[in-house]
Design a protein around this ligand. Structure first.
Ligand code: NAD
Length: 498
């Protein structure tokens, strides 16, 4: 039951066993706050490993799908109890492999706990419908049935929460699954899998292959035995996933990028809005799909807001997430850090005003990690690339605006549609914003982040393809509807005709 207190060599989880990759190759998992620290070595899996995992999932499908949902749910409930017991240890592992501060990794494990309990409860609900038939002596109803073998592909920024968002509804609905977590955060998936295994999940019901996207992710999409795919990650890879699923008509769920906004009206509680914008912009080092990378502020309070916000951003303590004083951790890897640095240069070239930050941190305390200063651009034009494209780092663009209608049009004029927020004390503006903001999630007087597991989660436009994660909405993806009629009239009855 040891977790990675010391570097270890990990294996894939196929058919209830921890097994080596058939290619024998490994990939290193290093701490982004200190790249000298090796967290562990994980299999760099290939299509052979994926085939074995899918075969195991297919073989386990009938038994698991016929297991009563309340019994499936009992296993999830036990897994949740294990996660509760080991929360601190798993949170520490996550900070070491991913960099976000301990308070946030505890939140990530908590989200997995919440989702697991929620789906354990669904095992005794999962309601269908009964409705009157249009014909006499005939019943009409519908029930949820398992959808098949699920391929689950996840990103690194919520290393346990997002795998749990997918695994738990998939499993409680009676599907079996193959999970391919992000290459940067395999340990948290290992920990989640260990909890499910210890809770008594039968062999083959959940299989885990570690590795990179092209070698270990893409073969899941092509495998004819996989019936449905749920992917969370970038819009660019989401398009590849969608196209790969199309030829065999796999049911496909995509949760992708965001360019979220906080709107601050003249009448807002400014201190509250500043707290929200800091948390929304720099929480998880800005590496959340719901990060508030744009903050639009009405001109009456713009200067005052900008001054205070910049001062607060400047004072954020950046460092190792295990240090209790740290407020912001590193970027996940070198590539993400270079993306941030590239966008800072784009912002400067576009003539946005660089008000604070803008550099990689390379002093002795930060030199071994992928750290970047919290960065604020002011006086941005909403059409600038830094206000249109997802940066996924600690960079916030402040945009001044005149009227409420201007704010709505700035908010909606991006290709993404995940989360938006408005700070105002005007009830009319709050309600109008809830109605007119074109995002899957809208907050009033709270930042763009803070989703709760029992409500639907997902976005519009280039963020999603219409399905939702979380809540009972998740059941709609992981189950198929079956419609049932019983005619007890003893004669031929013709719907729409008799
Ligand atoms: P990514 O798209 O690079 O990778 C996501 C996953 O896809 C990883 O497991 C990766 O290995 C896999 N992958 C890569 N290429 C693949 C291929 N050809 N075939 C199959 N799988 C492949 O994203 P990331 O860098 O891990 O995460 C950051 C992105 O995720 C951001 O764009 C962020 O907005 C998005 N995200 C969205 C949500 C949401 O719910 N909307 C939540 C978290 C993160």
């Amino acid at each position: 039951m040891a977790t990675a207190f010391a570097p270890r060599v990990y294996k894939n989880f196929i058919n209830g066993e921890w097994v080596e990759s058939c290619g024998g190759k490994g990939m290193e998992n290093r701490n982004p706050a200190n790249r000298d620290e090796l967290v562990g070595t994980f299999p760099a899996s290939n299509s052979g490993d994926v085939s074995a995992a899918v075969d195991a999932a297919r073989a386990a499908f009938r038994g698991w799908s016929l297991t009563p949902a309340p019994k499936r749910a009992e296993i999830l409930f036990r897994a949740a109890e294990i996660l509760v017991r080991r929360k601190e240890e798993f949170a520490r592992d996550m900070t070491r492999e991913m960099g976000k501060v301990l308070a946030e990794t505890r939140g990530d494990v908590q989200e997995a706990i919440d989702m697991t309990y929620l789906m354990a409860g669904e095992g005794r609900r999962m309601f269908g419908h009964t409705t009157p038939s249009e014909l006499p002596n005939k019943t009409a109803s519908s029930v949820r049935v398992p959808a098949g073998v699920a391929g689950l592909i996840t990103p690194w920024n919520f290393p346990m929460a997002i795998p749990s968002w997918k695994c738990m509804p998939a499993l409680v609905c009676g599907n079996t699954a193959v999970l391919k977590p992000a290459e940067d955060t395999p340990l948290s998936t290992f920990n989640l899998t260990q909890a499910l295994d210890e809770a008594g999940l039968p062999a083959g019901v959940l299989n885990v292959v570690f590795g990179d996207g092209p070698d270990a992710g893409a073969p899941i999409l092509k495998n004819l035995q996989v019936d449905l795919v749920s992917f969370t990650g970038s819009t660019e890879i989401g398009r590849i996933v969608s196209e790969a699923c199309a030829p065999t008509f796999k049911k496909c769920h995509l949760e992708m990028g965001g360019k979220n906004i906080i709107v601050v009206m003249d009448d807002a509680n400014l201190d509250l809005a500043i707290d929200g914008a800091l948390w929304g912009g720099f929480g998880t080092t800005g590496q959340r799909c719901t990060a508030a990378s744009r903050v639009a502020v009405q001109k009456g309070v713009y200067r005052h807001f900008a001054e205070k916000f910049i001062a607060r951003a400047k004072s954020l303590k950046v460092g190792d997430g295990l240090d209790p004083d740290t407020q912001m951790g590193p970027c996940i890897n070198e590539q993400q850090l270079s993306t941030v640095m590239k966008y800072v240069q784009i912002g400067i070239d576009e003539r946005a005003k660089l008000a604070t930050g803008g550099h990689r941190l390379e002093d002795a305390a930060h030199a071994k990690g992928w750290f970047h200063e919290p960065t604020v651009f002011t006086d941005c034009d909403p059409q600038m690339r830094i206000c249109q494209e997802e940066i996924f780092g600690p960079v916030v663009s402040l945009i001044p605006f005149d009227t409420f209608d201007d704010a709505l049009s700035i908010a909606n004029n991006v290709r993404y549609g995940l989360s938006a927020s408005i700070y105002t004390r005007n009830i009319n503006h709050a309600l109008q914003a809830q109605r007119d903001l074109e995002t899957g999630i809208v907050y009033v007087n709270a930042p763009t982040i803070g989703a709760e597991v029992h409500l639907p989660f997902g976005g519009t436009k280039n963020t999603g393809n219409g399905h939702r994660e979380s809540g009972t909405a998740a059941l709609d993806f992981y189950s198929d509807w079956k419609t049932l009629y019983i005619d007890f009239s003893d004669r031929l009855q013709r719907a729409q005709i008799d």
